[in-house]
Design a protein around this ligand. Structure first.
Ligand SMILES: Cc1cc2nc3c(=O)[nH]c(=O)nc-3n(C[C@H](O)[C@H](O)[C@H](O)COP(=O)(O)O)c2cc1C
Ligand code: SF4
Length: 685
């Protein structure tokens, strides 16, 4: 191990238990909930195997009055829920790591759509998220003294169950908009009894919860508190520098560990496009001066140097990570073994967050095995060894081709990559030079690093293969990963695209990537759901162009809500003075203007342009694949199989290309059908 990382491997005491190192997987949901206990246990177990010292569950509801459906949340409502958690604890303990559980009551935040119990709150004040999926049309009730006693008791009951399940660290979750946090928050707590008013009173509930939990565990497990600090740091206090300072002066010694985060999901889990590694330091750095208990903090830590800095500067005791542990469950062991150049660094795309937002098991762009550990038996570091001596030709060195070659070579297969450009990377080479996207280059860097160390991989650049070349080369298996192209197209009123072909001064993103010049005034017609329209608008504005956007949707890049980016994108467009006209389609393109129709008012108008850039749909580049599969006598050429993967099969995000490459590489020799997949079903009660 590199000497400078030694500090990361020091053991740290958390009350009655000791973590073997400072790598701390903070609570994060896996989108598997209690309905998929084996999926969940396998995901957490792999991280423990990879060296994380502490592994936590995601938020785990303690009572049906905190019911977060339709999201697949975890729960510990009764003893019947204990066995599902035991599976995870066992998987974590097998590798000498500590297992933690984040006990959660959502209060006004949880809509209780399934349980139909009334939501609880300190003062009946509703949380008002602007997004449809989190909006509630009911108000929470004001908790009376019996409700407060019940809440404390539910924490005690859940703590007893957590102990039975074998957890070493048990959390009280007092962050974000959840119930204990709302008691601390002066905008949500307007009570006039002993639980409202001064901060000391507002902190009474959380103090009572922690004290009761400590009494319950009686030294058999540590009690941790996860709390949001950004807003409290902004609230003035008569007794200290801020309410956050005052809170720590009041109860800083009460729990065995403090875990700090921000109060808004999109801010504390921002995409890499809008955040720097270590970005939470300003919100974390006050705490250690005010408590002797260990402090955990997050902040998109991906590199060991940034981790070491925050520990050695005395900001944190533990390096808290969600995404770094998803992208590379083996990050700690790689550092321990001096293999930090092999870390699969998180790119900050927030596809993992989008999975949680979408209610499905968490997946990852960089780590295609994430979420498939139990279902497919995949391991992030150890794919199955080869079953034949076949050699494989991979045509295309973009994300899908690179992942295929990396995984096939790890399995022991001989692989040849033929890439028509003079460098590997495909779409990543274009996209990663756009503003804020440089971390996407890590998709290529990790895989390039792996294959360049392998004797089994040969790469031919500047090599555009034709059908005859492929037939003559004598490979056993051929896989095409030839990418996709942006299509010059418009939408009809049902928002279905139709092709318009090439037109003067009308470009697609591929033209920009290939160096086409735009005029000074660029009109972008963006009907892609994801990031490209806003990104190119920012890119061209940075080059001094005057850019405006027309989109058929109510927001630009609307799917980016799923990756926690949509508001940041809107802000960026606003800051760059990029005018956006929403809910409009372009119906006619003339030489210097377009005719648009508003989808709400149905009014039409004309907008002038010098260059029109259409960011619409992509079409697969599958010409070579189609030619190859139409060849009748493939076996005469020794070819046993031909497959088409990634964007040339079905254009998608980078996560889909990587997954497609991994799926091919890990299964092409199995003969298994997609429908052979295992699924977990909840036990019939
Ligand atoms: C997929 C996903 C699910 C999360 N679920 C939870 C959760 O259940 N409880 C929680 O306290 N934080 C949750 N978080 C927030 C993380 O714990 C963490 O605070 C945040 O992602 C910032 O850390 P990072 O930059 O290391 O990812 C989640 C984050 C992600 C990416
Ligand atoms: S999905 Fe993206 S942000 Fe999430 S862990 Fe993987 S690489 Fe990082």
């Amino acid at each position: 191990m590199n000497e400078r990382y030694k500090i990361l491997f020091e053991p740290v005491k958390i009350g009655p238990v000791t973590a073997k190192n400072r790598f701390y997987q903070v609570p994060h949901a896996m989108g598997s909930g209690n309905d998929m206990p084996k999926t969940r246990a396998a995901q957490r177990g792999i991280k423990a195997e990879g060296g994380w010292g502490v592994i936590n569950t995601g938020y785990c509801s303690i009572h049906p009055s905190s019911d977060d459906r339709p999201l697949p949340f975890s729960r510990i409502w009764s003893d019947a829920d204990i066995p599902a958690h035991e599976l995870m604890v066992k998987a974590v303990h097998e590798h000498d790591a500590l297992a933690g559980i984040e006990l959660f009551h959502g209060g006004a935040y949880t809509p209780n759509r399934h349980s139909r119990l009334t939501s609880l709150s300190p003062s009946g004040i509703q949380q008002r998220p602007p997004e449809l999926d989190t909006m509630q049309i009911t108000s929470p009730k004001v908790m009376d003294s019996q409700d407060i006693k019940n809440l404390i008791q539910w924490h005690v009951d859940a703590t007893k169950r957590a102990l039975k399940a074998g957890f070493d660290v048990i959390y009280c979750y007092a962050g974000m908009g959840f119930l204990p946090y709302h008691f601390l928050h002066p905008d949500f707590n307007k009570r006039t009894d002993g639980y409202g008013g001064s901060l000391k009173n507002r902190a009474r509930l959380i103090s009572e919860i922690i004290s009761s939990m400590k009494e319950t565990v009686d030294g058999k497990a540590a009690i941790a508190v996860r709390i949001s600090t950004d807003e409290l740091l902004g609230f003035k206090s008569d007794n200290a520098e801020s309410e956050a300072h005052e809170l720590f002066e009041l109860i800083g010694e009460l729990p065995d560990l403090w875990d700090l985060k921000l109060s808004e999901w999109a801010k504390e889990c921002p995409s890499g496009r809008f955040a720097e590694s270590g970005h939470m330091r300003p919100y974390n750095s006050f705490a250690k001066e005010l408590t002797s208990k260990p402090v955990v903090g997050v902040g998109w830590f991906t590199s060991p140097d940034v981790m070491v800095k925050q520990i050695s500067d005395g900001v944190l005791d533990f390096v808290g990570a969600a995404r770094a542990s998803i992208a590379d469950p083996f990050l700690p062991n790689k550092i321990l073994e001096g293999r930090e150049d092999e870390i699969r660094e998180c790119i900050g795309c927030n596809i993992c967050a989008s999975c949680y937002n979408g209610g499905i098991p968490v997946r990852c762009t960089q780590n295609p095995t994430m979420g498939e550990e139990w279902r497919r038996g995949w391991h992030p570091e150890k794919p199955k060894t080869k079953s034949t001596d076949s050699n494989i030709l991979v045509i295309g060195g973009g994300p899908a081709g690179l992942e295929t070659a990396t995984t096939l070579s790890k399995r022991g297969y001989r692989v040849t990559i033929a890439e028509k450009e003079d460098r590997l990377g495909g779409r990543i080479n274009h996209e990663s030079i756009l503003p804020g996207m440089s971390s996407y280059q890590r998709v290529v860097d990790y895989r390039y690093n792996q294959i360049s160390q392998s004797e089994l991989v040969e790469t031919f650049l500047g090599n555009e293969l034709k059908k005859e070349d492929v037939l003559d080369l004598g490979f056993d298996h051929v896989v095409t990963a030839t990418g996709s192209k942006w299509n010059p197209s418009l939408l009809n009123e049902k928002l279905t695209p139709f092709n318009i072909g090439k037109m003067p001064n009308v470009l697609t993103p591929d033209d920009i990537f290939n160096g086409a010049e735009t005029k000074d005034e660029v009109l972008i017609y963006d009907f892609d759901y994801y990031y490209m329209g806003g990104l190119l608008a920012e890119h061209l504005t940075n080059q001094g162009k005057k850019v405006s956007i027309i989109s058929p949707f109510p927001s630009v890049s609307p799917w980016s809500f799923m990756s926690n980016e949509v508001n940041e994108i809107a802000l960026r467009l606003h800051e760059k003075n990029i005018k956006t006209n929403k809910e409009e389609i372009i119906q006619i393109i003339e030489k210097d203007h377009v005719v648009t129709k508003n989808l709400v008012s149905h009014q039409t108008r004309e907008t002038n342009y010098e260059t029109l850039l259409i960011v619409g749909n992509r079409v697969p580049q599958r010409g070579l694949f189609d030619e190859l599969i139409s060849e009748e006598n493939l076996s005469d050429h020794g070819i046993k199989s031909i497959n088409n993967i990634g964007d040339s099969n079905a254009p998608g995000a980078v996560v889909h290309a990587i997954y497609s490459g991994h799926l091919y590489a890990n299964t092409f020799d199995e003969g298994a059908e997609e429908s052979d997949l295992k699924f977990e079903y909840a036990t019939i009660q």
